[in-house]
Design a protein around this ligand. Structure first.
Ligand SMILES: [Zn+2]
Ligand SMILES: [Zn+2]
Length: 375
């Protein structure tokens, strides 16, 4: 059973100065460090307790809180005895889990990977781009995707230290990851300049990753692009970004979709538009015309006297909405197809037509303009 009096863990008096605490801690670390006690689980457990106790007592704020309310004072020790590994399960106050996961290769110390302290960082988000066809954007698609990223170094299991060695507790900050500058009221804590806040330093770096703990790699995915994406849509793949450091969560992967233009369907917001040519007689007399839909054909009734540019909508026949609820529309824009040249026969027919449809549709322009000036 772990001792719950942090002062007893470090073997110091409740009134010990911060210098006394530092000294006691240093001595105990030397004695119980896993490097000195390979394979000794008891020493390892003791070492964890020492680090946890030091984490609290070396920080004046946490120490004050602890003095006031014991474990409850520092963010709550859940439920009393025996709840966490070594009785320290509630300690999230900073750095402890991270130091351990550094020292013991991460994840080996009883689910502490989820612990987050100042030195655990979320992995970076990644961005990748894919180009898909118009049909794939409408229907959704599985797209193979290669993403350059980093992953935990297999040689050192992410510690960054040469196999057989381990990162050492940082001598500058004693594992806190922070150092204070200034005095009294005006002291500022900032990430340790020696270890960059990790709390540990690597004296003998891993030859594979040069001490990074991570190596560059290319991850290959088959990405499900949802139906309804458009040019520039961002598809988020949670947790597929870069790996987190020191037990931090991974970042996300954002896939930006580029959609090839369709020669027929033009994207207009959440709808698509299709230009439908009509012959002059069809526009004049009306007609039933076949038009393409996203997945087949439909017949539209063109009313007599349809003007150039008239739009007919087919509701709900457009691309699906990205949220999965409903679809956009297809807008059919009628354009009157005017032949660039005429055969003799057509020329004759147009001549005849011009004799019977021969008013001056522009007359009213002048009439209305004249009225405007007169009034
Ligand atoms: Zn390595
Ligand atoms: Zn440091």
């Amino acid at each position: 059973m772990a001792q719950t009096d942090l002062y007893k863990v470090l073997g110091v008096d409740r009134k010990a100065s911060s210098e006394d605490i530092k000294k006691a801690h240093r001595k105990l670390v030397r004695q119980y460090h896993p490097d000195r006690n390979p394979g000794d689980a008891k020493a390892e457990e003791r070492f964890k307790e020492i680090q946890a106790a030091y984490d609290v007592l070396s920080d004046p704020d946490k120490r004050k809180q602890y003095d006031r309310g014991g474990f409850a004072g520092i963010g709550g020790r859940p439920g009393g005895a025996g709840t966490g590994p070594g009785g320290f399960g509630g300690f999230d106050a900073g750095g402890f889990g991270d130091i351990l996961s550094n020292l013991f290769g991460g994840g080996t110390s009883g689910g502490r990977e989820t612990r987050r302290g100042p030195s655990s960082t979320r992995g970076n988000d990644l961005e990748a781009e894919v180009t898909i066809g118009f049909d794939q954007a409408v229907d959704g698609a599985q797209i193979p995707l290669s993403v350059p990223t980093s992953e935990r170094c297999a040689t050192c299991h992410g510690t960054g230290a040469r196999p057989g060695t381990a990162p050492k507790v940082c001598p500058r900050c004693n594992g806190r990851g922070l150092e204070s500058q200034g005095q009294g009221l005006f002291s500022i804590s900032q990430p340790c300049t020696r270890c960059n806040g990790a709390g540990t330093v690597i004296e003998d770096p891993c030859p594979t990753c040069q001490g990074n703990g991570a190596v560059r790699t290319v991850k290959r995915y088959r990405v499900n692009i949802p139906a309804g994406v458009r040019e520039g849509s961002r598809v988020r793949l949670a947790g597929k970004g870069e790996a987190g450091r020191n037990g931090g969560p991974p970042g996300d992967l954002y896939v930006i979709t580029h959609v090839q233009d369709s020669p027929v369907f033009k994207q207009k917001g959440e709808n698509v538009e299709v230009e439908v040519p009509l012959t002059i007689p069809e526009a004049i007399r009306g007609a039933e015309v076949e038009v393409p839909t996203l997945h087949g054909r439909k017949t539209l009734r063109v009313p007599p006297g349809t003007k150039h540019g008239t739009v007919q909508r087919l509701r709900g026949e457009g691309p699906p909405h990205l949220d999965g609820r409903g679809r956009g529309d297809i807008h059919y824009r009628f354009v009157i197809d005017v032949p660039a040249s005429l055969s003799d026969e057509q020329s004759e027919a147009v001549e005849k037509l011009s004799q019977v449809i021969n008013g001056n549709p522009r007359a009213k322009l002048f009439a209305q303009a004249g009225e405007g000036r007169a009034s």
